[in-house]
Design a protein. Structure first.
Length: 428
């Protein structure tokens, strides 16, 4: 079910290549046309595309207070309790990311520093068609609320054209979402990026979605901020003979069941572990509800890589820069320093990636497709802007003036030099 590779063949077949297009050109063209139409024609165009892609147009775009209140009666109490506990963990973890405005340099002549201000309006996209992901609501909204975002707007598709999944509404209330709109797909991204007669525009859009949502986010970027362009989900597991094959297999399957493009990799020095894991994959997939998806993913986008030592495993993983990295090695925490590129790291046999997906606290919105080489998972920082400030006294400007003039003159920007000289020469 999962093919065996050497380090060399894995490098050739799976390591990300720069310039790979993350968004299909045909999908980009569709998204471009939909966005342009909604931007130009507002509500009329929005209704047209909702009807075309979703079948029915809701009676009201916004989820009303009554609908939000009723949703609490439709979700099992034990699920609500679990969501609240997960939210507490997420808040506790992310609250430690908060930073305060500060002075960098202060004396009688010079004052400089940095001001932190929240983004005012943020939009969160949450998938909600055939499946519902309340964890995505918590992971995206809670850091925004902690940062002090004034208005957190959530968009998610309506089921049967009228109502969103009740569990998403409950999660939104727990997380502190301001308004919820019954919109999905390209049309949702266009609506909150540019606004319509009834839907406000936002300053930044975050949250996962399918290829059409990813394309739409890439196109509106620049007019609004975005978190990232997410590719297929992925996990890499580095394991040795101390790992439990049933755990390794379970974690590979947990990743593979996302969709057929999901990527799941095992790196190990133990051929025995590969063989035992392969047997476990067969056994555990047998009664999996999403068996076909998981088996296709493992066969076409999975790999078990036999390496001579763990240094080679870490070298391959750092080049792969996976979204999730599990280290199932003896004394796993001692290897943390070897990790250079990964979205999030899970240490030891009893820390499955699923724990981070739902409950533990660190964010599950993570860089994919090798982008962990230069980017990070979602955090409070993603909802804050940093503004620097500067004050110079007259004497301080005089002391610095010759240096500023020298550099401005070297760049042939005489106006810059004169802006300093006017102050210095005229006051002598």
């Amino acid at each position: 079910m999962i093919d065996k590779y050497s380090a060399g063949s894995f490098t050739e077949n799976f390591l990300p290549k720069k310039k790979d297009n993350q968004v299909n050109n045909e999908i980009l063209e569709i998204a471009k046309n939909v966005i342009a139409d909604i931007r130009a024609n507002g509500e009329d165009a929005l209704k047209k595309y909702v009807k075309k892609y979703d079948g029915l147009v809701p009676d009201n775009w916004e989820v009303t207070n009554e609908e939000r209140l009723e949703a609490w009666n439709q979700v099992p109490r034990e699920t609500i309790d679990s969501l609240k506990k997960a939210a507490d963990n997420i808040r506790k973890f992310h609250s430690k990311q908060l930073q305060s405005s500060r002075f960098m340099d202060v004396n009688e002549q010079v004052v400089s520093g940095q001001i932190y201000r929240p983004i005012e309006h943020v939009g969160i996209y949450v998938p909600g068609g055939t499946a519902s992901y309340p964890s995505s609501v918590l992971m995206n909204a809670i850091p925004a609320v902690l940062a002090g975002v004034e208005q957190v707007i959530m968009v998610t598709p309506a089921r049967n054209g009228q109502n969103i999944a009740p569990i998403l509404s409950v999660a939104a209330d727990i997380a502190g979402v301001t308004k919820i709109y019954k919109l999905g797909g390209i049309q949702a991204i266009a609506a909150i990026a540019y606004g319509t007669e009834t839907i406000p525009s936002v300053d930044k859009i975050v949250g996962p979605g399918n290829a059409y949502v990813a394309a739409a986010k890439s196109l509106v970027f620049g007019d609004v901020g975005i978190d990232m362009i997410a590719g297929p989900s992925e996990v890499a597991i580095i394991a040795d003979e101390s790992a439990k094959p049933e755990f390794v297999a379970a974690d590979l399957i947990a990743q593979a069941e996302h969709d057929e493009n999901a990527r799941a990799f095992l790196f190990t020095t133990s051929e025995k572990l590969i063989n035992q894991t392969s047997e476990e994959l067969e056994k555990q997939c047998a009664d999996l509800p999403r068996r076909k998806i998981a088996e296709t993913s493992l066969k076409t986008n999975g790999a078990a890589v036999l390496v001579n030592n763990t240094d080679i495993a870490f070298d391959l993983v750092n080049k792969l820069a996976p979204e999730h990295l599990e280290i199932q090695l003896e004394n796993a925490i001692s290897y943390l320093g070897k990790v250079k590129n990964a979205g999030s790291v899970f240490l030891g046999n009893y820390t499955p990636e699923a724990l981070g997906d739902y409950f533990a606290g660190p964010n599950h919105v993570l860089p994919t497709s090798g982008t962990a080489r230069f980017s990070s998972g979602l955090s409070v920082d993603d909802f804050l802007k940093k503004t620097t400030f500067l004050y110079y006294s007259e004497n301080a400007l005089k002391d610095a003036s010759s240096h500023v003039v020298n550099i401005a003159t070297a760049e042939q920007l005489d106006g810059h030099a004169r802006a300093v000289q006017k102050r210095v020469i005229n006051n002598n």
